[in-house]
Design a protein around this ligand. Structure first.
Ligand code: CTP
Length: 400
């Protein structure tokens, strides 16, 4: 693989030389880009000698010919590379990436690059734990970048705590996993449902639930980044649709059912992350109900179970359902998996599932396995769900 290794200005910059060596040994071609702070710690010559390539350091190289080619080198490098890894990623670099500043070669290249990004932070413990840094890391995770968490141990500043650059072997592993995911959904059409549904009671009132749509939108984003066509059927949410998704907006469970059945023939993978209302008012009055002192009783009918219906029609498609539970998580998930003829059920606790940016998930598979995905951002978990979906399809097809 053709990758760019960005080196930031921290004491751990010298460890990036070892990282570059391992990457080369594993057959990757490495273009090193150093920030000016990085050059205070290690000279570009070290990396040039290791990689056999000129190290890039300047957005506008001095002394070179003033040509368009030299002024747009960051665009060319961004187009040619398949993955951008940054080690050590300093607090300052994380902040500039998170906010889209482009005041040197590495940050400009980052903005011009649309492929997978792996960041290995290293810094003083207080800097790492600072709310500003943690907020920036969260922003970058939400953007789909892989963060190779720093390790705990004695730091150069004399403190002990998290902040040491991860071991090169861990960084290489993360880089290769991120590269393998790239475009592995090409040719697939992923249909995702997301958000709550709203069931009207009159022209101004409705019943709904606390779903934010974040998990479904994260799945749509992850599938797009991996090369899939994505049909996103969404209930009302406060989220910007991911660029490139074919967005179908719906309000009620009935509308969601119609949209899903209409688009189902195009899909190869169906992921039902929506929190569909279970009951609705069949005859919605046309006039607003006036307030009165009398009690108001409503008779609600069950909504169609879309997941169960797709389970009957799914054919060769892989069908992934969700379950939000307050108790007996795995047992309930397995019961729903069988009852609705799904291939995988993603189970989460109600207290984790609604609204937050992160979540803790358990996967229950048709093959009988139960897999703990642990806690993570919804965007990270989305990639793990997609990894398992692809693996599951391979094993189900092999078993046929
Ligand atoms: N689902 C659906 N249509 C419905 C209700 C739920 O397609 N009318 C789907 C959801 O999108 C989700 C899965 O079913 O993928 C499980 O939803 P959940 O509410 O946890 O399960 P229910 O079957 O409604 O069971 P219960 O409310 O009893 O836990």
């Amino acid at each position: 693989m053709n990758l760019v290794l960005g080196v930031g200005g921290g004491i751990a910059a010298y460890k990036a030389a070892e990282l570059a060596r391992v990457l080369l040994e594993r057959g990757h071609s490495v273009q090193v880009v150093m920030t000016s702070a990085a050059q205070q710690f290690v000279r570009p010559l070290t990396f040039a000698a290791l990689t056999g390539r000129k190290v890039l350091t300047e957005l506008f190289p001095r002394g070179s010919e003033e040509t368009l080619a030299s002024a747009t080198e960051h665009i060319r490098v961004a187009q040619e590379c398949e993955l951008l890894a940054v080690a050590p990623a300093t607090a300052n670099l994380l902040a500039r990436f998170a906010h889209g500043l482009a005041d040197d070669l590495l940050t400009a290249l980052y903005l011009a690059f649309s492929g997978p990004v792996v960041l290995a932070p290293a810094m003083n413990t207080h800097m790492w734990r600072h709310a500003a840094t943690q907020r920036n890391v969260e922003t970058l995770r939400q953007r789909g970048h892989v963060i190779v968490e720093p390790e705990e141990g004695p730091l150069a500043c004399g403190m002990v705590g998290p902040g040491r650059l991860a071991d090169p072997a861990r960084i290489v592993e993360a880089i290769e996993a991120a590269a393998a995911r790239r475009r592995d959904l090409e040719g697939e059409c992923v249909l995702v449902t997301a958000g709550p549904t709203q069931e009207p009671l009159d022209p101004v009132r409705f019943i709904s639930n606390r779903s934010s749509g974040k998990m479904g939108y994260a799945l749509a984003e992850a599938a797009l980044a991996r090369g899939a066509r994505v049909i996103l059927i969404s209930g009302p949410v406060q989220l910007a649709p991911p660029t490139g998704a074919e967005l179908v907006r719906v309000q009620t469970a009935t509308q969601m059912r119609e949209a899903v059945l209409e688009r189902l023939p195009e899909a190869t993978i169906v992921i039902k992350a929506a929190a569909v209302a279970d009951y609705y008012l069949a005859e919605v009055p046309r006039q607003k109900r006036k307030k009165s002192a009398a009690r108001w009783s409503l008779e609600l009918d069950p909504t169609p179970d879309i997941l169960a219906e797709v389970g009957q029609l799914k054919g060769d498609r892989i069908l992934v359902g969700f379950a939000a539970e307050t108790e007996n998580l795995v047992e309930e998930a397995r019961r729903k998996l069988l009852a609705k003829n799904c291939d995988m059920l993603v189970a989460n606790r109600v207290e984790d599932a609604f609204g937050a940016d992160d979540n803790e998930l358990t996967l229950v598979l048709r093959t009988g396995e139960t897999i703990q995905l642990g806690r993570g951002s919804k965007r990270e978990l989305a990639d793990k769900i997609l990894d398992r979906t692809l693996q599951l399809r391979l094993s189900l097809h092999a078993a046929r």
